[in-house]
Ligand binder design. Sequence first.
Ligand code: NAD
Length: 698
Amino acid sequence: MERKVVTRHDGRILVIELANPPVNALAHEVRDAVLAALQAAQADAGTDAVVITGAGKLFCGGAEIKEFGQTPRAPHLAEIVNAIEESAKPVIAALNGSALGGGFEIALGCHVRLAVPGANVVLPEVKLGLLPGAGGTQRVPRLIGLRKALPFIVNGEAMSAAQALTLGLLDGVEDGDIVGHAIKRARHMVESNAPIRRTGRLRDALEASRRDAAAFEDDAAALLKKARSLEAPAACITALRNTLTLTLEEGLAAERALFVKLRDGGQSKALRHLFFAERAAQKVAGVPADTKPRSVGRVAILGAGTMGGGIAMAFASAGFPVSVIDPDTAALKRGFQTIENNYRASEKRGGMSAGAVAAALNRLTPSQSINDVASADLVIEAVYENMDLKKRIFADFDRLTTPGTVLATNTSSLDIDEIAAATSRPQDVVGMHFFSPANVMKLLEIVRGKATAPEVLVTAMNIGKRIGKVPVTVGVCYGFVGNRMLHARGSEVERLLLEGASPRDIDAAATRFGFAMGPCAVGDLAGLDVGWRIRKERGITSPVADAICEMGRFGQKTSRGYFIYEPGSRLPVPDPEVDALTAKLASDMGMARRSIAIEEIQERLLYPLINEGARILEEGIAERASDIDLIWINGYGFPLWRGGPLFYADTVGLGVIAERLDHYASLSGDKRLKPAKLLRSLAIAGKGFGDIAAAAKG
Ligand code: NAD
């Protein structure tokens, strides 16, 4: 068996190299071998000091996440970090590359930390609903103080070597042979008999933090407010605060207890599910693993409206030169003004530097001529939702661009295959369905047409990631995945309103569940007229929503929708006029009204949506249940810590959901509410959506 830790001597210095490709994860064997090497070094008269480094590009990617579901096996990482820290002989970390999570906690146990300039350090555990469980929360504040430790640990964002050096997390950043530098440093320490600086025993930074405790509490309160219902940030803060009152040993024990509680709790399971979901979504059925994306330099976007502008920003911010084409002079001007306003606002908020804003704006070129698509490698169409217009435009793309140019449409509902048929190269056509505001929302549905070439799909996925999106491949159907499920929820909102729930009741049920906004407030924000127009075109009615629009109430833009909005305010205020309207509509339809419990509203907002997700899976429109979860988390504000609708469904139990759907289907007479075949059969088998993924993997 290959050794996952390699040791060698350079004179009297022992070099321990983590060698567990691809990321030197701290699997059980690695932990075992590091501890054994360290213990041997203590006893070995031929060893004066130890250097720990990593093989390959990374120092260490942290815990072996696959082991999370298993019974933990000794030695735990915390023991190793303690052993490193307590080593009688100097131990130096040579970060040959980035140190993540447990990898950085190993470095924190070392007496000196050196890194190459390209290395990042990060404690990202909070993103998996955890906290650094091997001393990170206790050692970082002892090194740099509580206030600086706070955002580093609670936000879980990576920091460059240079930043980490300035902050005091590293002792040196060196170009070139980092192990060589570390060996030199070790020799010097041994020769000069330098005192060993053990992070866990440092006191100065903590003493200073004690004097500044009120400021720490203010910062912590602000972070907690942002974290809303997430448990991990609060646990991180508790662990950090412990450093002021507990000894290192007590603090480490408390950190461990907090870690175990988070690890075994529902939130971390949900967040870990999403972590794996993102990885899984990168693999698309029928696309060979070695398919290379086409190279994309220039991008052209057709349409400078709401979506075109947002998409253009997403590309420009990521460094792509972009032409934004709109023949309508006023629309083009308005579009660029909106783009500039949005950039200025993010500069003002501190989200972007003035330099970055100027550079992004510089990458954007306005144009009124479709001929300008000729120089682009990727063209994205974002004009009005009209099939004839889109077909004409794609025929133009076909004529004007060179073969190989990826031709994408941002349509939210039209048939990609029909659009592709307007070209002589349907294999180059793909849907890139962005979500509004496109410069902010992470979700990108990549819609695969019948003819879309694997290479084109891979290009679209790859580009999506390069502009910071979460791309998920879906098939063609009305509304694709996200909006199709949203419609299922929309029908239920209508029914709830008629049966007696107010917009406020419905939104309260949704926000209580964890959505940032309820469906009625979301409708008001997006503009109720959009759906109204689509319904009219398709000959569909939604009695309440239609009646509200007929009153000229389009949502926030008209200060009235399901709610009223005071001038300049986005706060939804309940409106008795809407309640009177729904009551009248219900009475006209002969429907009895009643007060509806929040539990029932929640079930009816969620279960029909889950049911539609099951149908989407059945039809193969989505490849995996976890793809659907990613879509709802990244595009529809589904609470992160619930892991997405289908993951959530499994936590409720599909048997329960099937039974409730049957119940609501018989009450309403709506057959769509009957459990989908897949949902029913999983429920009968006592299984969940997660079991399908497991079966497919196996
Ligand atoms: P919009 O009305 O804000 O913008 C459309 C723009 O297209 C206008 O500026 C118009 O001047 C321009 N245009 C019209 N004909 C053109 C042509 N021949 N060449 C170039 N530009 C032309 O619309 P929008 O909300 O940005 O929607 C655009 C597309 O994105 C639609 O297909 C829509 O379904 C889809 N979409 C919208 C949303 C959303 O939330 N608004 C979300 C996802 C997808």
